[in-house]
Write a protein that binds this ligand. Structure first.
Ligand SMILES: NC(=O)c1ccc[n+]([C@@H]2O[C@H](COP(=O)([O-])OP(=O)(O)OC[C@H]3O[C@@H](n4cnc5c(N)ncnc54)[C@H](O)[C@@H]3O)[C@@H](O)[C@H]2O)c1
Length: 259
Protein backbone atom coordinates (compact mmCIF):
# COMPACT_ATOMS: atom_id res chain seq x y z
CA UNK A 1 0.00 0.00 0.00
CA UNK A 2 2.84 2.40 0.84
CA UNK A 3 5.28 0.92 -1.71
CA UNK A 4 7.54 2.95 -3.98
CA UNK A 5 5.22 1.94 -6.88
CA UNK A 6 3.18 4.96 -5.80
CA UNK A 7 6.00 7.29 -6.72
CA UNK A 8 7.01 6.20 -10.19
CA UNK A 9 5.65 6.00 -13.74
CA UNK A 10 7.13 2.68 -14.83
CA UNK A 11 5.31 1.42 -17.94
CA UNK A 12 3.09 4.55 -18.11
CA UNK A 13 2.61 6.26 -21.46
CA UNK A 14 2.44 10.01 -21.92
CA UNK A 15 2.04 12.64 -24.64
CA UNK A 16 4.09 15.84 -24.41
CA UNK A 17 2.98 18.83 -26.51
CA UNK A 18 5.08 22.01 -26.27
CA UNK A 19 8.77 21.21 -26.68
CA UNK A 20 10.39 23.90 -28.86
CA UNK A 21 13.95 23.44 -27.57
CA UNK A 22 15.94 22.47 -24.45
CA UNK A 23 14.78 25.64 -22.67
CA UNK A 24 11.09 24.74 -22.94
CA UNK A 25 9.19 23.98 -19.75
CA UNK A 26 7.83 20.92 -21.58
CA UNK A 27 11.41 19.64 -22.00
CA UNK A 28 12.02 19.84 -18.23
CA UNK A 29 8.76 17.96 -17.67
CA UNK A 30 9.52 15.33 -20.32
CA UNK A 31 12.93 14.62 -18.73
CA UNK A 32 11.28 14.14 -15.33
CA UNK A 33 8.47 11.91 -16.68
CA UNK A 34 11.15 9.81 -18.40
CA UNK A 35 13.29 9.66 -15.25
CA UNK A 36 10.30 8.20 -13.38
CA UNK A 37 10.01 5.45 -16.00
CA UNK A 38 7.42 6.70 -18.51
CA UNK A 39 7.41 6.13 -22.29
CA UNK A 40 6.84 9.30 -24.26
CA UNK A 41 5.21 10.60 -27.44
CA UNK A 42 6.48 14.04 -28.46
CA UNK A 43 5.25 16.57 -31.00
CA UNK A 44 6.84 19.46 -32.87
CA UNK A 45 4.98 22.50 -34.21
CA UNK A 46 6.04 22.22 -37.88
CA UNK A 47 8.93 21.42 -40.25
CA UNK A 48 10.87 24.44 -38.99
CA UNK A 49 10.72 23.17 -35.41
CA UNK A 50 11.45 19.53 -36.31
CA UNK A 51 15.30 19.75 -36.40
CA UNK A 52 15.28 21.19 -32.84
CA UNK A 53 12.81 18.66 -31.44
CA UNK A 54 14.06 15.49 -33.18
CA UNK A 55 17.35 15.26 -31.22
CA UNK A 56 15.37 15.80 -28.00
CA UNK A 57 13.01 12.99 -28.95
CA UNK A 58 16.12 10.84 -29.53
CA UNK A 59 17.60 11.77 -26.14
CA UNK A 60 14.31 10.85 -24.45
CA UNK A 61 13.97 7.66 -26.54
CA UNK A 62 10.46 8.77 -27.52
CA UNK A 63 8.36 6.01 -29.09
CA UNK A 64 6.39 8.48 -31.21
CA UNK A 65 7.33 11.83 -32.78
CA UNK A 66 4.76 13.70 -34.86
CA UNK A 67 3.91 17.21 -36.08
CA UNK A 68 1.14 19.01 -34.21
CA UNK A 69 -0.07 22.52 -34.78
CA UNK A 70 -3.32 22.60 -32.79
CA UNK A 71 -4.76 25.07 -35.30
CA UNK A 72 -4.23 22.78 -38.29
CA UNK A 73 -7.38 20.73 -38.84
CA UNK A 74 -6.75 17.04 -38.24
CA UNK A 75 -3.21 17.23 -36.78
CA UNK A 76 -4.23 16.77 -33.16
CA UNK A 77 -6.60 13.95 -34.14
CA UNK A 78 -3.75 12.26 -36.07
CA UNK A 79 -1.54 12.32 -32.96
CA UNK A 80 -4.19 10.55 -30.89
CA UNK A 81 -4.92 8.08 -33.72
CA UNK A 82 -1.24 7.11 -33.82
CA UNK A 83 -1.16 6.72 -30.03
CA UNK A 84 -4.24 4.49 -30.21
CA UNK A 85 -2.69 2.32 -32.92
CA UNK A 86 0.78 2.12 -31.36
CA UNK A 87 0.09 2.08 -27.62
CA UNK A 88 -3.64 1.24 -27.39
CA UNK A 89 -3.98 3.45 -24.30
CA UNK A 90 -2.59 6.56 -22.63
CA UNK A 91 -1.80 7.60 -19.04
CA UNK A 92 -0.97 11.32 -19.15
CA UNK A 93 -0.91 14.38 -21.41
CA UNK A 94 1.09 17.58 -20.96
CA UNK A 95 -0.24 20.69 -22.75
CA UNK A 96 2.58 23.24 -22.50
CA UNK A 97 1.68 25.64 -25.31
CA UNK A 98 0.50 29.21 -25.60
CA UNK A 99 0.35 31.80 -28.34
CA UNK A 100 -0.92 35.33 -28.93
CA UNK A 101 -0.15 37.58 -31.91
CA UNK A 102 2.59 40.00 -30.81
CA UNK A 103 0.56 43.11 -31.77
CA UNK A 104 -2.10 42.05 -29.28
CA UNK A 105 0.42 40.87 -26.68
CA UNK A 106 2.25 44.20 -26.67
CA UNK A 107 -0.86 46.32 -26.13
CA UNK A 108 -2.97 46.82 -23.01
CA UNK A 109 -5.83 44.29 -22.87
CA UNK A 110 -8.35 47.03 -23.66
CA UNK A 111 -6.87 47.35 -27.17
CA UNK A 112 -6.84 43.62 -27.98
CA UNK A 113 -8.44 42.69 -31.29
CA UNK A 114 -11.24 40.10 -31.47
CA UNK A 115 -9.11 37.95 -33.80
CA UNK A 116 -6.02 38.16 -31.59
CA UNK A 117 -8.02 37.37 -28.46
CA UNK A 118 -9.74 34.40 -30.13
CA UNK A 119 -6.49 33.02 -31.49
CA UNK A 120 -4.83 33.24 -28.06
CA UNK A 121 -7.87 31.51 -26.53
CA UNK A 122 -7.91 28.80 -29.17
CA UNK A 123 -4.22 27.85 -29.00
CA UNK A 124 -3.69 28.42 -25.28
CA UNK A 125 -7.01 27.22 -23.83
CA UNK A 126 -9.54 25.52 -26.10
CA UNK A 127 -6.87 23.21 -27.54
CA UNK A 128 -6.52 21.78 -24.02
CA UNK A 129 -10.24 20.98 -24.00
CA UNK A 130 -9.90 19.29 -27.40
CA UNK A 131 -6.90 17.30 -26.16
CA UNK A 132 -8.80 16.19 -23.09
CA UNK A 133 -11.71 15.00 -25.26
CA UNK A 134 -9.36 12.94 -27.45
CA UNK A 135 -7.30 11.62 -24.52
CA UNK A 136 -10.13 10.53 -22.21
CA UNK A 137 -11.27 7.45 -24.22
CA UNK A 138 -7.64 6.22 -24.29
CA UNK A 139 -7.22 6.60 -20.52
CA UNK A 140 -8.77 3.22 -19.82
CA UNK A 141 -6.94 2.91 -16.50
CA UNK A 142 -7.46 6.54 -15.42
CA UNK A 143 -4.84 9.19 -16.03
CA UNK A 144 -3.78 12.78 -15.66
CA UNK A 145 -3.99 15.88 -17.86
CA UNK A 146 -1.73 18.91 -17.34
CA UNK A 147 -1.90 22.48 -18.64
CA UNK A 148 0.55 25.34 -17.95
CA UNK A 149 -0.77 28.52 -16.37
CA UNK A 150 0.76 31.57 -14.69
CA UNK A 151 0.11 33.77 -11.64
CA UNK A 152 -1.16 36.50 -14.03
CA UNK A 153 -4.36 34.41 -14.31
CA UNK A 154 -5.45 35.44 -10.82
CA UNK A 155 -3.58 38.70 -10.13
CA UNK A 156 -2.75 41.62 -12.41
CA UNK A 157 0.88 41.31 -13.55
CA UNK A 158 2.34 44.22 -15.49
CA UNK A 159 2.64 43.47 -19.23
CA UNK A 160 0.89 40.08 -19.00
CA UNK A 161 -2.27 41.77 -20.37
CA UNK A 162 -4.10 39.59 -22.93
CA UNK A 163 -2.67 36.35 -21.52
CA UNK A 164 -4.22 37.07 -18.09
CA UNK A 165 -7.86 36.36 -19.04
CA UNK A 166 -6.73 33.52 -21.34
CA UNK A 167 -4.93 31.75 -18.47
CA UNK A 168 -7.92 32.43 -16.16
CA UNK A 169 -10.11 30.61 -18.68
CA UNK A 170 -7.58 27.77 -18.77
CA UNK A 171 -7.60 27.42 -14.97
CA UNK A 172 -11.40 27.44 -14.92
CA UNK A 173 -11.50 24.85 -17.73
CA UNK A 174 -9.23 22.63 -15.64
CA UNK A 175 -11.72 22.72 -12.76
CA UNK A 176 -14.70 21.86 -15.00
CA UNK A 177 -12.78 19.10 -16.80
CA UNK A 178 -11.68 17.67 -13.44
CA UNK A 179 -15.33 17.54 -12.42
CA UNK A 180 -16.43 15.95 -15.70
CA UNK A 181 -13.64 13.35 -15.87
CA UNK A 182 -13.23 12.45 -12.20
CA UNK A 183 -15.55 9.45 -12.46
CA UNK A 184 -13.24 7.94 -15.09
CA UNK A 185 -10.30 8.26 -12.70
CA UNK A 186 -8.85 11.10 -14.77
CA UNK A 187 -7.28 13.98 -12.83
CA UNK A 188 -6.78 17.42 -14.36
CA UNK A 189 -4.23 20.03 -13.26
CA UNK A 190 -2.94 23.48 -14.02
CA UNK A 191 0.73 23.83 -13.24
CA UNK A 192 1.61 27.45 -12.45
CA UNK A 193 5.36 28.00 -12.68
CA UNK A 194 7.16 31.23 -11.89
CA UNK A 195 8.84 33.09 -14.75
CA UNK A 196 11.37 31.14 -16.85
CA UNK A 197 13.35 32.48 -19.79
CA UNK A 198 12.03 30.62 -22.84
CA UNK A 199 11.16 31.42 -26.43
CA UNK A 200 7.51 32.13 -25.49
CA UNK A 201 8.35 34.35 -22.51
CA UNK A 202 10.83 36.38 -24.57
CA UNK A 203 7.75 37.71 -26.41
CA UNK A 204 6.59 39.53 -23.24
CA UNK A 205 7.59 43.16 -22.66
CA UNK A 206 10.22 43.76 -19.90
CA UNK A 207 10.45 40.06 -19.03
CA UNK A 208 13.91 40.45 -17.39
CA UNK A 209 12.42 43.01 -14.99
CA UNK A 210 9.55 40.64 -14.20
CA UNK A 211 12.11 37.95 -13.35
CA UNK A 212 14.16 40.18 -11.07
CA UNK A 213 11.07 41.65 -9.36
CA UNK A 214 9.73 38.14 -8.82
CA UNK A 215 12.91 36.73 -7.32
CA UNK A 216 13.13 39.59 -4.85
CA UNK A 217 9.66 38.63 -3.55
CA UNK A 218 10.15 34.86 -3.57
CA UNK A 219 10.61 33.06 -0.22
CA UNK A 220 13.22 30.65 -1.68
CA UNK A 221 15.09 33.66 -3.15
CA UNK A 222 15.48 31.95 -6.51
CA UNK A 223 13.22 31.17 -9.42
CA UNK A 224 12.10 27.62 -10.28
CA UNK A 225 14.08 26.04 -13.12
CA UNK A 226 12.53 23.81 -15.77
CA UNK A 227 14.01 20.85 -13.83
CA UNK A 228 12.21 21.99 -10.64
CA UNK A 229 8.96 22.40 -12.59
CA UNK A 230 9.38 19.05 -14.34
CA UNK A 231 10.05 17.04 -11.19
CA UNK A 232 7.07 18.44 -9.28
CA UNK A 233 4.79 18.00 -12.32
CA UNK A 234 5.88 14.39 -12.84
CA UNK A 235 5.13 13.67 -9.19
CA UNK A 236 1.52 14.74 -9.80
CA UNK A 237 1.19 12.06 -12.51
CA UNK A 238 2.14 9.26 -10.08
CA UNK A 239 -0.45 7.24 -8.12
CA UNK A 240 0.69 9.14 -4.99
CA UNK A 241 -1.30 12.18 -6.22
CA UNK A 242 -4.49 10.24 -7.08
CA UNK A 243 -6.74 12.21 -4.72
CA UNK A 244 -5.63 15.66 -5.94
CA UNK A 245 -7.49 17.09 -8.93
CA UNK A 246 -8.77 20.36 -10.40
CA UNK A 247 -6.00 22.33 -8.67
CA UNK A 248 -3.70 25.05 -9.88
CA UNK A 249 -0.37 23.92 -8.48
CA UNK A 250 2.18 26.69 -8.03
CA UNK A 251 5.80 25.74 -8.61
CA UNK A 252 7.23 29.16 -7.89
CA UNK A 253 9.30 28.98 -4.72
CA UNK A 254 6.28 30.36 -2.82
CA UNK A 255 6.05 33.69 -4.71
CA UNK A 256 2.23 33.56 -4.91
CA UNK A 257 1.79 33.48 -1.09
CA UNK A 258 3.41 36.89 -0.67
CA UNK A 259 1.11 39.84 -0.01
N1 LIG B 1 8.17 30.81 -19.47
C1 LIG B 1 7.43 31.26 -18.46
O1 LIG B 1 7.83 32.19 -17.71
C2 LIG B 1 6.09 30.64 -18.17
C3 LIG B 1 5.53 30.82 -16.90
C4 LIG B 1 4.29 30.25 -16.64
C5 LIG B 1 3.65 29.54 -17.63
N2 LIG B 1 4.23 29.38 -18.86
C6 LIG B 1 3.51 28.60 -19.87
O2 LIG B 1 4.27 27.45 -20.16
C7 LIG B 1 3.88 26.96 -21.45
C8 LIG B 1 5.13 26.64 -22.26
O3 LIG B 1 5.84 27.80 -22.60
P1 LIG B 1 7.42 27.94 -22.48
O4 LIG B 1 7.67 29.12 -21.61
O5 LIG B 1 8.04 26.64 -22.17
O6 LIG B 1 7.83 28.42 -23.96
P2 LIG B 1 8.25 27.61 -25.29
O7 LIG B 1 8.37 28.66 -26.33
O8 LIG B 1 9.43 26.77 -25.04
O9 LIG B 1 7.00 26.68 -25.56
C9 LIG B 1 5.81 27.16 -26.14
C10 LIG B 1 5.34 26.07 -27.07
O10 LIG B 1 4.06 26.39 -27.62
C11 LIG B 1 4.04 25.80 -28.90
N3 LIG B 1 2.96 26.32 -29.72
C12 LIG B 1 2.66 27.61 -30.05
N4 LIG B 1 1.62 27.66 -30.90
C13 LIG B 1 1.23 26.35 -31.11
C14 LIG B 1 0.24 25.73 -31.91
N5 LIG B 1 -0.59 26.44 -32.68
N6 LIG B 1 0.14 24.37 -31.89
C15 LIG B 1 0.98 23.63 -31.14
N7 LIG B 1 1.97 24.16 -30.38
C16 LIG B 1 2.09 25.50 -30.37
C17 LIG B 1 5.43 26.14 -29.46
O11 LIG B 1 5.72 25.34 -30.59
C18 LIG B 1 6.30 25.84 -28.26
O12 LIG B 1 6.73 24.50 -28.28
C19 LIG B 1 2.98 28.04 -22.04
O13 LIG B 1 1.62 27.67 -21.81
C20 LIG B 1 3.32 29.26 -21.21
O14 LIG B 1 2.26 30.21 -21.18
C21 LIG B 1 5.45 29.92 -19.14
Amino acid sequence: MYSTDNFNLKGKKGLIIGIANTESIAYGCAKAFKALGADLAITHLNDKAKPYVEPIAGELAADIILPCNVQKPGELEAVFDTIKQQWGQLDFVLHSIAFAPSVDLHEPLINSSPDGFLMAMDVSCHSFIRMSRLAAPLMTDGGSLFAMSYYGAEKVVENYDLMGPVKSALESSVRYLASELGQQGIRVYCISPGPVKTRASSGLKSFDKLMSDTVSRTPTQRLATIADIGKATALMATPAAKMITGETIFIDGGHHIMG
